[in-house]
Design a protein around this ligand. Structure first.
Ligand SMILES: Cc1cc2nc3c(=O)[nH]c(=O)nc-3n(C[C@H](O)[C@H](O)[C@H](O)COP(=O)(O)O)c2cc1C
Length: 469
């Protein structure tokens, strides 16, 4: 018979707890300045759609953490950190090296955070394919953020052609070496955690092998986007491997975050309970309406008008790039709303605020912002609508109406954008100028998007090109 002594009590207690399923889950320690992803519903990293005002909107409505848009290591390396004296935002800037219009107010800002409103809740996502560059990039921001995440899921050629994003899923040694380098050099020096965002591999066995290797690097969190690399965003997320992935993460004490078709806060908690994940991440639904982070019990999804009004205010407060604000409005304002078309020709915050019926509340701020950013309204006047020649504006709007895409065309373009179908966007590009037809504003927007991506890529490639030269 086994006698119970002081030495055997803990062992017996552990056995009993295990039998009762009460064993405390293993947890990797969370660095003191870092954050635990457990129990969190978070905003996904989104290029263009995850800029500061979108993040502030999500936080306003209850997002627990916000990921910044993937930023390529080479684009950050060489930037200068400054505090914007008007907004208090921390900005990383570089002197524009390509032919962007110099007079554009803030064209040189590569990354921007709000150190007060995002405090303790901002995760910086790196696009990288090299451990040394990843560390160099992370060092630039690590003191200002609460975590560093590595993008190992972006399927776009923009990322993968340089060995970044989803390409890392096929080069696990490289991905592991990047995470190990960040864990060794950033985690202890800045006291924040390192995490990774991946996609499903074709078979559960392949995914499991990869997840085990990643969890062993010292990361504190792993986000699984429940789609494989070739899957389109509109295909339903697959949950078949999710429980297994969460279990493997737990073996290592790593927090597992589910992503893909998470609709809102309540849905996030349902998924977490069903599949045993620790957190949940929302992208597309938050892009459309940041109030998806508000629980039903607290009011649930707000009308788009409310979310848009708050978004525009945040955008002006942080001096968000105008074309990014306009792009976001095309995501947030339903295509069927008459406001959607009215917003298309707007060339200043003043006009946007006027179209949205917010002049009383936001007119002054719009005027100041337009002056600062040197934005002009449709009729060429400075600043807000106050000085507009209304008849001219109306005339122009009527003319532009002729050029508008049909609703069906707008929907198609929107869907293609959602698919990240850059080729399709390019095909919508304007015909040669000799044909002398006017260019629909949506096409201009699409081309601007492609140019923005190209610029980031060029900025990213320039230092490399210089090094080679
Ligand atoms: C506009 C847009 C931009 C995105 N940019 C990034 C990015 O920078 N980094 C990343 O890891 N994933 C990016 N994604 C993928 C999302 O983070 C997310 O994994 C995907 O949209 C699935 O989530 P959902 O079903 O909630 O949309 C982006 C998605 C969208 C729609």
């Amino acid at each position: 018979m086994t006698s119970v002594t002081e030495e055997t009590v803990p062992a017996l207690a552990a056995t009993a707890a295990a039998a009762a399923g009460l064993t405390q889950q293993k947890r990797v320690p969370i660095p003191s300045r870092g954050v635990d992803y457990r129990g969190k519903v978070v905003l996904a990293p989104m290029v263009r759609s995850g800029e500061l005002p979108s993040r502030l909107l999500s936080l306003h409505y209850g997002a627990d953490l916000v990921w910044g848009p993937e930023t390529i290591d080479r684009a950050m390396i060489g930037t200068t950190r400054r505090i914007n004296p008007r907004t208090g935002c921390v900005e990383w800037t570089r002197v524009p090296t390509n032919n962007v219009k110099k007079e554009l107010y803030d064209e040189s800002v590569i990354y921007r955070i709000d150190p007060i409103r995002e405090a303790g809740r901002h995760i910086f996502q790196i696009g990288t394919s090299d451990p040394t560059r990843a560390v160099e990039c992370a060092k630039l921001v690590a003191a200002d953020v609460s975590g560093i995440d590595v993008n190992a899921g972006c399927p776009k050629p923009f990322s993968t052609h340089a060995g970044m994003g989803a390409a890392l899923l096929r080069t696990p040694d490289k991905l592991v070496s990047i995470l190990e380098a960040l864990c060794a050099e950033i985690k202890p020096a800045f006291d924040i955690g390192i995490s990774v965002k991946i996609r499903l591999l074709e078979t559960p066995a392949e995914t499991e092998t990869l997840v085990r290797r990643l969890c062993a690097t010292g990361i504190t969190g792993l986000t699984i986007h429940c789609r494989t690399t070739p899957m389109r965003p509109r295909e339903r997320a697959l949950r078949g491997q999710l429980r297994m992935i969460a279990d493997v993460c737990h073996e290592y004490g790593v927090a597992c975050v589910v992503n893909g078709d998470v609709e809102n806060r309540d849905h996030a908690f349902e998924l977490m309970a069903e599949y045993g994940t620790d957190g949940a991440m929302i992208a597309t639904c938050a892009e459309k309406n940041g109030s998806c982070f508000r629980a039903k019990a607290d009011g649930g999804l707000a009308p788009w008008e409310e979310a848009v009004a708050k978004y525009v205010k945040f955008a002006m407060e942080v001096e968000n790039k105008f074309h990014n604000t306009k792009f976001m409005l095309t995501q947030m304002v339903p295509g069927k709303s008459p406001k959607y078309k009215e917003l298309t020709p707007c060339k200043s915050y003043g006009k946007i605020v006027e179209v949205l019926g917010l002049t009383e509340e936001l007119g002054e701020l719009a005027k100041k912002t337009d002056e600062l950013m040197k934005l002009v309204s449709v009729d060429g006047q400075q600043g807000s609508s106050s000085g507009n020649d209304k008849s001219k504006v109306e005339k122009k709007t009527t003319e532009e109406k002729k050029d508008d895409l049909t609703n069906q065309q707008q929907e198609n373009l929107k869907r293609k954008r959602e698919d990240g179908d850059e080729e399709a966007e390019k095909q919508q590009a304007p015909p040669p100028p000799s044909k002398k037809i006017s260019i629909p504003a949506e096409v201009v927007e699409a081309v601007e998007a492609a140019v923005e991506q190209q610029q980031q890529q060029q900025q990213a490639e320039q230092p490399a090109a210089a090094a080679v030269a």
